[in-house]
Design a protein around this ligand. Structure first.
Ligand code: GDP
Length: 661
C-alpha cells in the first residue's frame, strides 16, 4: 500500500476545512461532512478556531484513496502562522492549494504558492466555491496564470457557475483544444514528447502517454493541474481524489534504510507528557529505540484510516505520534540518518509582548493560563521578569495577540491587554572560555565540583552539551547511570543559558563538562562532606555557566527577515526611500512590465512597520512576503525593538526574563 502525505493550503476562508471534511466523507471515514459554520469539523480542535471558523493548529487525518493511504495534514492559513505552514510543508509529498472561485487569488494565496514553488512541492490547484454567487472560473484562471504560475493547466471546466447545481466536467482526452494546450505545456520540459508531436501531430500521442508525462511533471513541480469544485455540494471532489491518486507522488517507503524523520508538531498528551508528530523519510523507528542518543521511544501511534492506532514501529513514508521524547522540539530531525533539516523552514518567533491582566487580581490565573497555552503550542514561549511582575509571550505576528486575547477571555475568563511589541534577540558567545567551581572551596556553597567550557558553534545549531569527564567522578548514587547524568546536566545548562549577559537567550554554542566531583562522608579532605544531591548540581550549574559566559563575553544578535515585495513599478520611487528609512536593504530589484519586484532584508523590529506603511505607498497593490532569515549582530544605532508605535524603544538593554513553562 502506498502512502502520500498531503497538505491542503489556502487563504483563510477559501474552504480548506470544508474541503477536508468533504474528502473524509467521500473516502468513507466520516458518516457525513461536518460544517465549519456549525462548528462540527474533525480538524478544527480549538474552541476559538471553531468560533472564528479559522484553523490555527495543524492536525493529521488519514483516509484511503484506492490502494493509497493519504495522510492529510491540516495547515493554518493566516500569514502570522506562516512558520507553522512552512514547518508542515517541509514534510509533505504534495499539496492541494485551494482558491475561492469568488474571491480569487489573494495576497496570501500568492505567498503560499511562492513557498510551495520554493520548496518544490508537487501541487494541485482546486478552485473551490463554484456554487457560490459571483463564482467566475475564467477570471480565476487568468489570475492563476498572471499571479501564481504560467505552468498551470485546467483539467476541466465548471458548469452552472454560481448555482447549487454547479458541476465540474473534466476535459475528455479527445478534446483537441485541451490536448493541444497540454502538449504545449508538457513539451517545454519533455523533448521526446515535443518530437513525437512535431513528427506525427496530436494523434501520435496516446492519452496514457500524456497522463504519465503530466504526472511526472506535476511530481517534479514543473506543472500545476487545476480542478474546479465545491466543498459544500461535493462537486469535483471525486475528481480531485482521482487526481491526487494519479498525479501526486507517493512517499518513499524504504523501511530498511537507516531511520530519518522530522518532527513537525509537538503537543501534550492527556497526562501532560510530550507527544511528537514525526514524518519518516526512510527507515524505521521502533518502541524502545533511543533516538538521537538520549530519549527512548515509549509508545508509537501511526495514522491509518482516519485514526492514530498503536503500533510497535513507524516506518518510511508514515506519520507517527511518538511518546517518550522529553527533549524533542519542533523541527528536530530524528534517527541516525537524520534528514537534512533546512533551518530556514523553522522560523523562531521574533517578537514578544508583555501581557497585562485587565484586573490586577487575575495575575496568578493569567500565569497559569498562559503556561497551559504554551504547552499546547510550544512556540508560545511564556516568560516572567525577574521581579515576577510581568509576563511576556513570544509571537510571530500581531494577529497572534488577537488569538491569545480571545482564548484567554473565552476559555479562562481573563481579560487582558498588551504592551508594545518588541523583538526577541539572542546572544552568542564571543569566544571560548571555561570556569570551574571546586567542592569544598570558599566560593562554592554547594556539594559538587563542576567545570564547564563554553564555545561558539555554527549559527542555527542551538545548544550542544557534551561530557568529557571520568565516569568515576559522577555521583551514581544520585543519578541512575551516566546517561541520566548527561540528560540532567544538559537540562541544567540549557536552563542556565536561558538568560545571557544582556538578558537574552544564549544559543549556538557547544558546552563541554570537563570536570566533575561529588562529596563522600569519609573521603579525603578535598572531597569530604555531606552526600551530594541533585540539587547541588542543579544549583551550581548556573553559577559556573555564568562565570564562563562572563569571561567569554556574548554578542547580542537581532532577527532579520528576508522580504519579497511586488508593487506597481511607478511606486518604486516612493518605496525605496521608505525601505531605507526602515533599515531595510534591497538586494535586487527587477521590473517586468508594470510590476516591480524588490528582494531584500529588514530587521524584524521594522517588519511590522513596513507592513503597515506599504498600502499607502503602493495604492494598496503591494504584496509583501516576509520570513525570518538570520540573526545579525545588533548595531548600536539599531537598538530599537519597539514594533508598534513609531518611536524607538529599547530592546537589548536589561530585560531579564526567566522561563516559567
Ligand atoms: P478555511 O478558512 O479555508 O478552512 O475555510 P472554511 O472551510 O472554514 O470555509 C469558509 C466559509 O466558506 C464557510 O462559511 C464555508 O461554509 C464556506 N465554504 C467553503 N467551501 C465552500 C463552497 O464550496 N461553497 C460555498 N458556497 N461555501 C463554501
Amino acid at each position: 500500500m502506498s502512502i502520500s502525505n498531503l497538505g491542503i493550503v489556502a487563504h483563510v476562508d477559501a474552504g480548506k476545512t470544508s474541503l477536508t471534511e468533504r474528502l473524509l466523507y467521500a473516502a468513507g471515514v466520516i458518516a457525513r461532512p461536518g460544517s465549519v459554520d456549525a462548528g462540527s469539523t474533525q480538524t478544527d480542535t480549538l474552541a476559538l478556531e471553531r468560533q472564528r471558523g479559522i484553523t490555527i493548529k495543524s492536525a493529521v487525518v488519514s483516509f484511503p484513496i484506492g490502494d493509497r493511504t493519504v495522510n492529510l495534514i491540516d495547515t493554518p492559513g493566516h500569514p502570522d502562522f506562516i512558520a507553522e505552514v512552512e514547518r508542515v510543508l517541509g514534510v509533505l509529498d504534495g499539496a492541494v492549494l485551494v482558491i475561492s472561485a469568488v474571491e480569487g487569488v489573494q495576497a496570501q494565496t500568492h505567498i503560499l504558492m511562492r513557498t510551495l514553488r520554493r520548496l518544490s512541492i508537487p501541487t494541485l490547484l482546486f478552485v473551490n466555491k463554484i456554487d457560490r454567487l459571483g463564482a467566475d472560473d475564467q477570471r480565476v484562471l487568468r489570475q492563476i496564470a498572471d499571479r501564481l504560475t504560467p505552468a498551470a493547466i485546467a483539467l476541466g471546466s465548471a458548469t452552472g457557475l454560481g448555482t447549487r447545481a454547479a458541476q465540474y466536467r473534466p476535459f475528455s482526452s479527445d478534446d483537441p483544444a485541451f490536448t493541444a494546450r497540454l502538449v504545449e505545456l508538457l513539451a517545454e520540459h519533455d523533448d521526446a514528447l515535443l518530437a513525437a508531436y512535431v513528427d506525427g501531430g496530436p494523434g501520435a500521442l496516446p492519452p496514457e502517454r500524456l497522463r504519465t508525462a503530466l504526472a511526472r511533471q506535476t511530481a517534479a513541480g514543473l506543472v500545476y493541474p487545476v480542478l474546479f469544485g465545491s466543498a459544500v455540494t461535493g462537486a469535483g471532489v471525486v475528481e480531485l481524489m482521482a487526481a491526487i491518486r494519479e498525479l501526486l507522488p507517493a512517499a518513499c517507503t524504504d523501511a530498511s534504510a537507516p531511520p530519518a524523520g522530522r518532527v513537525f508538531k509537538v503537543e501534550r498528551g492527556v497526562a501532560g507528557e510530550k507527544v511528537a508528530y514525526v514524518r519518516m523519510f526512510s527507515g524505521t523507528i521502533r518502541v524502545r529505540d533511543r533516538v538521537n542518543g538520549e530519549d527512548k521511544v515509549t509508545a508509537i501511534r501511526v495514522f491509518e484510516h482516519g485514526k492514530a492506532v498503536p503500533r510497535p514501529a513507524v516506518g518510511a513514508g508514515q506519520i507517527g505520534k511518538l511518546w517518550g521524547l522529553a527533549g524533542v522540539r519542533i523541527g528536530d530531525s530524528l534517527g541516525t540518518a537524520a534528514a537534512t533539516v533546512d533551518e530556514r523552514y523553522f522560523q523562531p518567533p521574533t517578537l514578544a509582548t508583555v501581557v497585562v491582566p485587565d484586573r490586577p487580581a487575575d495575575k496568578r490565573a493569567l500565569r497559569d493560563a498562559l503556561t497551559q497555552l504554551a504547552e499546547q503550542d510550544p512556540l508560545i514561549n511564556v516568560r516572567q521578569d525577574e521581579a515576577g511582575q510581568e509576563l511576556s509571550v513570544s509571537l510571530y505576528g500581531e494577529v497572534q495577540k488577537e488569538v491569545i486575547q480571545a482564548t484567554l477571555a473565552d476559555e479562562y475568563g481573563i481579560g487582558v491587554h498588551f504592551r508594545e511589541t518588541t523583538t526577541i534577540c539572542i546572544e552568542r558567545p564571543a569566544g571560548t572560555r571555561e570556569a570551574v567551581a571546586y567542592l569544598n572551596t570558599e566560593s562554592n556553597p554547594y556539594q559538587a565540583t563542576i567545570g564547564l567550557r563554553i564555545e561558539p558553534a555554527a549559527p542555527g545549531t542551538r545548544v550542544t552539551f557534551r561530557l568529557a569527564i571520568d565516569p568515576r567522578t559522577v555521583p551514581l548514587y544520585v543519578y541512575k547511570d551516566l546517561d541520566s547524568f548527561r540528560a540532567a546536566m544538559s537540562e541544567y545548562v540549557r536552563d542556565a543559558l536561558q538568560v545571557g549577559l544582556s538578558g537574552w537567550q544564549v544559543t549556538d554554542c557547544l558546552v563541554t563538562m570537563f570536570r566533575c566531583g561529588y562529596s563522600v562522608m569519609d573521603g579525603p579532605p578535598s572531597l569530604r562532606g555531606p552526600r551530594s544531591t541533585a540539587a547541588d548540581f542543579r544549583k551550581l550549574t548556573p553559577l559556573v555557566v555564568g562565570a564562563a559566559l562572563r569571561q567569554a563575553g556574548t554578542v547580542v544578535h537581532e532577527p532579520i527577515h528576508r522580504f519579497h515585495l511586488e508593487l506597481p513599478a511607478d511606486t518604486l520611487g516612493a518605496v525605496l526611500p521608505a525601505l531605507a528609512k526602515l533599515d531595510a536593504i534591497a538586494h535586487a530589484t527587477a521590473v517586468r512590465g508594470s510590476v516591480c519586484t524588490v528582494v531584500g532584508e529588514v530587521p524584524a523590529a521594522r517588519a511590522y512597520r513596513l507592513q503597515q506603511r506599504l498600502p499607502a505607498l503602493t495604492r494598496g497593490e503591494g504584496v509583501l512576503e516576509m520570513a525570518f532569515d538570520h540573526y545579525r549582530p545588533l548595531r548600536p544605532s539599531a537598538r530599537s525593538g519597539r514594533v508598534t508605535g513609531g518611536a524607538a524603544g529599547t530592546a537589548g538593554s536589561g530585560r531579564r526574563y526567566t522561563g516559567t513553562a
